[in-house]
Design a protein around this ligand. Structure first.
Ligand SMILES: [Fe+2]
Length: 171
């Protein structure tokens, strides 16, 4: 009979085609250079840039009175608020620390941080694409995992971490 000690680790090799795990001890980074500028008063901190499935996991940081421009999500978004408060102009609820938020496909919203909040940090999983739109839905631009990777590359080069620094977040 095979040993089935619950504390015995799995004994076989992982599939040879499996990707490597990502472990980031300081997800909210000590090193400010890891915050990639995205717009005025808006930064993101990459955690997993999943180019093979077309989504990205990141911390979004918005400072005082910052706005994340109006955009449409054709695919779902999951968020978990770590710090500060924010709301969407299109909804009457407020996101506060500890809150989980699910945004269904079809959402179009504008994220606003109130004047009295120094900064907010929220963990977001964004799938597919974000289409920046005017108030009537006309598309003005977009972001996807590839534009995110490029923004990281450019920023990490500028701050001296090197353009390859982003590779650790890519799967
Ligand atoms: Fe969004």
């Amino acid at each position: 009979m095979k040993d089935n000690d619950p504390r015995m680790p799995y004994q076989l090799p992982f599939p040879k085609d499996a990707l490597e795990e990502i472990v980031i001890p300081d997800a909210v980074p000590q090193d400010e250079r890891l915050w990639v500028p995205q717009a005025e008063n808006v930064w993101f901190r990459p955690l997993c840039l999943n180019r093979s499935q077309g989504y990205w996991m990141n911390l979004l940081k918005v400072r005082k009175a910052g706005v994340l421009s109006r955009h449409r999500h054709p695919q779902p978004v999951h968020g978990f608020v770590l710090k500060g408060r924010w709301h969407y102009l299109e909804h009457d609820w407020e996101a506060t620390p500890g809150a989980y938020v699910y945004e269904p496909p079809g959402e179009t919203h504008t994220l606003v941080v109130p004047e009295d909040v120094e900064e907010m940090i929220t963990y977001f999983q964004v799938n597919g694409v974000m289409c920046y739109v005017d108030p009537w839905g006309e598309v003005l631009g977009y972001e996807d995992v590839f534009t995110k990777i490029e923004l990281c590359r450019k920023h990490f080069t500028e701050v001296g971490l090197g353009e390859d620094y982003v590779e650790r977040f890519i799967r």
